[in-house]
Design a protein around this ligand. Structure first.
Ligand SMILES: Cc1cc2nc3c(=O)[nH]c(=O)nc-3n(C[C@H](O)[C@H](O)[C@H](O)COP(=O)(O)O)c2cc1C
Length: 362
């Protein structure tokens, strides 16, 4: 048998309410990583759609300046959803109304999966899975507040407690309450981000609803996007940690759609250029802020915010440890990039991919 024609491999477009997503390969929301700078970089590398970092609905309601920053976007981003979290239907509805009135976003997403104790213990994020009636009330209230202006998605997990899946039962209820699509992370809330992803539950969720289901969890390489779709029948996939310091993940999926190899680790020169591009985008983001809001210049603030990314880009290089130990000494882009260049020129220890990123609060 010959390989399927390239067209057979591609992810067909999906409709989320009135929104058509031509390439349903999503960048997952990741607090402290997926700001507008990183998202725009991923879009430039073929990402099909993305979601903002989780944004506190109460903070939006009181127009808290720091909270509003989570909804900053760049003009060169593609299809983007705003993610809000909270468990008070009235507050969530007000936040949804505000997001819709901004006119910046293609859809609104409710976070019902965050496992951090300080979030879930007050009933927000994955805490909603413990109070299904409240969960459905929130979805219905947000749907009403959007009044057809934006499609509504819900990002949730297969269940709260390990071994007790609820998603197949919950998914049709979320659909009835107004969700236009579901993002399902194939792990339990109490497993946080570790443990095996149970793709069987993605298949069960998909079979239970008519709206699109986008699978998440266990997509570690471009080929996993295709494996997940084949194994579960999901309509799209969402990748998180595999994309950190690796926007080439999305190029890899596009290449595989064309029947080509996804490619391996980038050449040193490509890595350096991409890191520079990413940093430039971060500096541009902070340069848009009111100078009075920043403790340092836009450039220094961006360099500080960029540290977690640098560490990921350079993991596996021989001089990585020296750079990591002295990272706080580099304040300007030139200082940082000069050091980065030396580390890259020193070569990689091996070609193994870096270990998974650490999870905040875990
Ligand atoms: C550092 C980090 C921050 C995250 N922040 C969010 C968030 O703000 N909102 C959200 O819905 N999920 C968040 N997640 C969960 C991811 O969106 C995703 O569901 C999870 O990482 C599993 O996908 P993966 O195995 O492809 O990484 C975060 C994950 C990580 C690692």
């Amino acid at each position: 048998m010959t390989d399927p024609a390239p067209a057979d491999r591609s992810f067909p477009p999906i409709a989320i309410g009135q929104l058509v997503v031509p390439h349903p390969v999503f960048l997952a929301p990741m607090a402290a990583y997926t700001d507008a700078a990183f998202r725009s970089l991923c879009f430039a590398h073929g990402c099909g759609a993305a979601v903002t970092e989780m944004t506190n609905a109460y903070g939006l309601m009181i127009a808290h300046r720091r909270t509003m920053r989570f909804l900053e976007i760049r003009a060169d981003e593609g299809i983007l959803g705003a993610q809000i979290y909270g468990s008070d239907p009235a507050v969530m509805a007000e936040a949804a109304d505000l997001v819709a009135s901004l006119g910046r976003f293609a859809f609104l997403d409710i976070n019902a999966g965050c496992p951090m104790p300080k979030i879930r213990n007050r009933g927000d994020g994955s805490g909603l899975l413990r109070t299904p009636d409240r969960f459905l009330e929130v979805v219905a209230a947000v749907k009403r507040a959007l009044a057809g202006r934006l499609p509504l998605t819900v990002k949730t997990r297969i269940g709260y407690e390990p071994g007790k899946p609820v998603v197949a039962e919950l998914a049709p209820q979320l659909e009835a309450a107004g969700a236009d699509a579901l993002f399902v992370h194939a792990r339990y809330a109490l497993d946080r981000h570790s443990g095996p992803a149970d793709w069987k539950q993605l298949a069960a969720a998909k079979a239970a609803v008519k709206i699109p289901v986008i699978g998440n969890g266990g997509v570690d390489r471009p080929g996993d996007a295709f494996r997940m779709r084949e194994a579960t029948g999901v309509d799209g996939v969402m990748a998180g940690r595999a994309t950190i310091a690796n926007p080439w993940f999305f190029d890899g999926v596009r290449a595989m759609e064309r029947g080509e190899s996804p490619g391996g680790l980038p050449k040193a020169s490509v890595l350096y250029e991409t890191l520079c591009d990413h940093l430039k985008r971060e500096i541009e983001l902070f340069a848009r802020r009111d100078r009075k809001e920043l403790k340092h210049s836009a450039e220094v603030t961006a360099v500080l915010a960029f540290r977690p990314h640098v560490v990921r880009y350079l993991h596996g290089f021989r001089e990585f440890r020296t750079l990591a130990a002295h990272l706080s000494e580099y304040q300007t882009a030139d200082e940082l990039l000069e050091r980065v260049k030396t580390v890259i020129d020193g070569g990689r220890k091996c070609d193994a991919p870096p270990p998974p990123v650490a999870i905040p609060g875990a």
